[in-house]
Design a protein around this ligand. Structure first.
Ligand code: TMO
Length: 313
């Protein structure tokens, strides 16, 4: 794999790095890494692209909500996956305080919400309607959740407000937070053997859609303010009484000082845009093919030169 980096680098180094080095600070561009595969692979891929552009790059593992404050303060330089559903609120809060800039949208359209593998619908045919799901709560009971159904939510830092939603919509479910994304895939894999009905947090684009056909639960449609104004949504007294955006954005964000300090790298970042299938493939290389994230990024870049090479000039 090291060879491949060298070969890739040699191919592009001929023109770009001199230009980058003439303008850009030699300080490392700090790229944050979170806890789901596409973000980790995309961050490595863009990091490798920036290295080919002549920039120094450093990766730091950070909390996926606190990162917006870190970008705002310039402690990290950019964020490549601002998912509207999970991070819209933290991102908006940082924008209001200042110091962070919107560097545009990826081509990808995103959704993050309660999800089930298709066999679950055989046992609960009224799905994907959320009220039908609630009427089927008994199918999802476990020793841990007693008479209520079990919903396996994402790790806590994704702040999905599953508990608030259950309360706001008076659902017969208990929300359990997974410790990691891998725990979600293990849950689906374990249920597959005997086609046990389950409902878990999932998102698109992701590798999972190619492995387990499934559907998102249809909650009352997202309306702006559902997370800040109790009057929005069907329950007049509660926040989080609607689903996440069904056609969410995926944005890039940067520290507002990035453009002046690393103008060439900033110009590359402005060009960066990935599609749903490209992002699903990045996740697949790690979650199905078991590559390390930096290797997955190299493999992806090697196979998709037509996508990114023009970003580097
Ligand atoms: C933030 N995520 C894509 C895992 O929902």
């Amino acid at each position: 794999m090291k060879k491949m980096t060298t070969a890739l680098t040699a191919g592009v180094l001929s023109l770009a790095p001199l230009a980058a080095m003439a303008q850009d600070s030699s300080d490392p561009i700090v790229i944050p890494i979170h806890n789901w595969s596409s973000q980790i692979v995309m961050s490595n891929a863009v990091g490798q692209i920036l290295e080919m552009n002549g920039n120094a790059v450093e990766f730091v593992t950070t909390d996926s909500q606190a990162v917006y404050e870190s970008v705002r303060l310039g402690d990290v330089t950019l964020e490549l996956e601002v998912w509207e559903g999970a991070f819209g609120a933290s991102y908006r809060a940082a924008l209001e305080k200042g110091g962070i800039v919107d560097v545009g949208d990826h081509d990808a359209v995103t959704r993050e919400d309660w999800w089930y593998p298709m066999w679950t619908k055989d046992a609960c045919p009224g799905l994907p309607d959320w009220e039908a799901l609630n009427d089927c709560a008994a199918l999802f009971t476990t020793a841990e959740t007693g008479e209520k159904g079990r919903y396996l939510d994402g790790p806590v830092d994704w702040l999905k407000h599953g508990q608030e939603r259950v309360a706001a919509l008076d659902m017969d479910f208990v929300v359990v937070n997974a410790g990691s994304a891998a725990a979600l895939w293990a849950e689906i894999g374990a249920a597959e053997a005997d086609k046990r009905p389950i409902v878990v947090f999932n998102w698109t684009p992701n590798f999972a859609e190619a492995v387990w056909p499934g559907e998102f639960v249809e909650f009352p449609a997202w309306e702006a303010g559902c997370d800040t104004d109790p009057a929005v949504g069907p329950n007049p007294d509660a926040l989080f009484d609607c689903g996440n955006p069904a056609n969410g954005y995926l944005k890039k964000a940067a520290w507002e000082g990035m453009e002046e300090k690393w103008p060439s790298a900033y110009a590359v970042l402005e060009q960066v845009s990935f599609t749903n299938p490209q992002i699903a493939e990045m996740a697949r290389l790690v979650d199905v093919d078991d590559l390390e994230p930096d290797e997955a990024a190299e493999v992806w870049l090697e196979a998709n030169k037509d996508v990114w090479e023009s970003w580097v000039n």
